[in-house]
Design a protein around this ligand. Structure first.
Ligand SMILES: Cc1cc2nc3c(=O)[nH]c(=O)nc-3n(C[C@H](O)[C@H](O)[C@H](O)COP(=O)(O)OP(=O)(O)OC[C@H]3O[C@@H](n4cnc5c(N)ncnc54)[C@H](O)[C@@H]3O)c2cc1C
Ligand SMILES: NC(=O)c1ccc[n+]([C@@H]2O[C@H](COP(=O)([O-])OP(=O)(O)OC[C@H]3O[C@@H](n4cnc5c(N)ncnc54)[C@H](O)[C@@H]3O)[C@@H](O)[C@H]2O)c1
Length: 479
């Protein structure tokens, strides 16, 4: 019997994480016949094993830390105990509450057909979707990334945890070793320590949160140690045996569980990319141009599989941009301004040009320490700062905020960078008082005042005020 003619779709979306979900919703809204294929569960990393569970467990950890520290405000709570089963229930409830937005039912309602199973490309415009042939006018690769497990001697013989499996823990580990002090290692290391585990974070670099601002990373380092986290920096694991990690500085760290958080690798294998003529970059990510098009002009890619910064907000922007380009034949590019927040306590939020780069380029950095911010003083949480990076025309081109809810302040800062707002714009905007955003405004006001303090500007202003005063005197004497 001859094969049936393959069905033709306008957009085939492979992967139902944030990038695929947003891409499919966008395409369907534009009237495209859209099929999304997902091999596990729609929602992807962010919903099931990433942002949502990590922020939910951090909420429990913060509650424990706040209760332990409440006596500094005159509030005694007695001994703080953690019921890990109920923490897990809170995490599960958060996932369950968000899940409907990402569900097959929500996609179907939007006009997207969802296929459960794997997709493999078989040619430049064909794929096998859950075993059935499909021809596509355009395709969107959105298969995400997976945790990296480094090839350390003996690691295969140990049941390591990754960001995918840590959520299955039924009991709080007594001694948890976290390999990697990046965002995952710091967020989860701090969370487990605050919940009562003995945590050691090991990182090959000489500081945590390597790519972040050095002063911000130093405050996180101090906070982690205060929470009881042991930091072993500048050293890597060389060998693992059950219950013991050997380090290249000769030391050893005993553990009950080992969590590996040393980065992620794009899921770009077993997708039939060769058959489709889709090229990878040197890191194994799907190579895309600025409009997210791959080397096959019918195929776009979005989110973690492109190896662009691994963030949900990036995956979402990618998804909508790539889908509208694919369906409407546009060449929209992705906004280069990408904010990021590490949700440790204190939070570290950054966007645009970093203070370190600013210094190299001779740009201005205006910094306000939170010791002078009334809200921070009122809450007794003055460890933190806000820095603005300014170009020569006083436009805000970057910034760093460290402190409670720094991520919320980052929205305004990101808009300022994206729209090229100046310190005068920010200083001239009325902000509700008292908020942590006051630091942003104070930094802007500080810049405006510094400009007014320039001798030339001062002299000109003085002359203007004197002339104006004389004019007013003359007008008054004429009346
Ligand atoms: C612990 C942790 C915390 C995080 N916290 C944050 C945070 O606070 N903020 C933030 O912005 N980002 C955070 N991230 C990163 C964020 O989760 C990812 O950047 C984002 O989820 C990527 O979305 P994606 O759609 O590209 O990929 P994914 O969400 O990984 O989705 C890819 C989907 O494709 C499916 N798939 C793969 N291959 C196939 C195939 N052949 N056929 C069919 N389906 C396939 C997979 O099953 C998966 O569902 C965190 C990540 C982790 C691990
Ligand atoms: N708040 C957020 O937005 C958030 C939270 C978690 C994860 N994420 C995303 O997920 C990505 C992955 O996070 P991650 O923390 O796994 O990776 P990462 O690449 O950001 O950090 C990995 C850390 O591990 C260290 N390292 C690497 N190999 C090592 C080894 N063999 N021994 C010891 N240390 C080693 C590195 O020096 C680095 O500090 C992040 O880049 C981020 O984009 C985002």
């Amino acid at each position: 019997m001859p094969f049936p003619r393959p069905e033709t779709v306008d957009l085939l979306v492979i992967g139902g994480g944030t990038a695929g979900l947003v891409g499919a919703h966008t395409a369907a809204a534009l009237g495209a016949r859209t099929v999304l294929v997902e091999r596990e569960r729609t929602g992807g990393d962010c919903l099931w094993t990433g942002c949502v569970p990590s922020k939910a467990v951090l909420a429990a950890a913060t509650a424990a830390a706040d209760a332990r520290g409440a006596s500094r405000l005159g509030v005694d709570t007695g001994e703080v105990t953690v019921d890990f089963a109920r923490v897990r229930a809170h995490v599960a409830a958060a996932i369950a509450a968000v899940e409907p937005q990402d569900s097959p039912a929500s996609l179907a309602e939007a006009g997207v057909r969802v296929e459960a199973g794997s997709a493999v490309l078989t040619g430049p415009d064909t794929a096998l979707v859950a075993g059935r042939p499909v021809r596509f006018r355009a395709a969107l690769l959105a298969t995400g990334a997976a945790p990296l497990v480094p090839p350390i001697d003996g690691i295969d013989a140990v049941e390591v945890l990754t960001s995918e499996t840590v959520w299955d823990l039924e009991e709080l580990p007594g001694r948890l070793v976290v390999l990697g002090g990046g965002p995952i290692g710091c967020e989860l290391g701090q969370a487990f320590a605050r919940l009562g585990a003995e945590v050691t974070v090991v990182d090959g670099s000489d500081r945590v949160l390597g790519p972040e601002d050095a002063d911000a990373a130093a405050l996180v380092d101090r906070a982690l140690r205060r929470d009881g986290v042991r930091l072993r920096l500048g050293t890597e694991g060389t060998r693992v045996e059950p219950g013991l990690l050997h380090l290249d500085d000769g030391g050893t760290v005993p553990f009950d569980r080992l969590l590996v958080a040393v980065g992620r690798r794009p899921r770009s294998t077993d997708l039939g990319l060769d058959a489709a003529g889709v090229e990878l970059d040197e890191h194994g990510a799907v190579a895309v141009d600025e409009a997210l098009r791959t080397s096959n002009p019918r195929i776009w890619a979005a989110g973690d599989v492109t190896g662009k910064p691994y963030f949900t907000h990036v995956a979402g922007m990618h998804g909508s941009t790539a889908a509208s380009n694919a369906v409407l034949g546009l060449r929209r590019t992705v906004d280069p301004v990408v904010p990021r927040v590490t949700y440790t306590s204190p939070e570290v939020a950054s966007v645009g040009v970093s203070p370190a780069e600013a210094r190299e380029r001779g740009l201005t950095v205006r910094r306000v320490d939170h010791g002078t911010v009334d809200r921070a003083v009122a809450e007794g949480v003055t460890e933190g700062f806000t820095s603005l990076v300014l170009d020569r025309r006083r436009r805000i081109v970057g910034g760093v905020v460290v402190g409670p809810r720094a991520g919320e302040t980052l929205g305004e800062l990101t808009l300022a960078v994206r729209k090229g707002l100046t310190t005068t714009d920010l200083a001239g905007t009325t902000h509700a008082y008292p908020t942590y955003n006051d630091a942003l405004v104070d930094a802007a006001v500080g810049d405006v005042r510094a400009r007014l303090a320039n001798p030339l500007v001062r002299a000109a202003l003085r002359a203007f005020v004197a002339v104006r005063g004389r004019l007013r005197d003359a007008q008054r004497s004429e009346r």
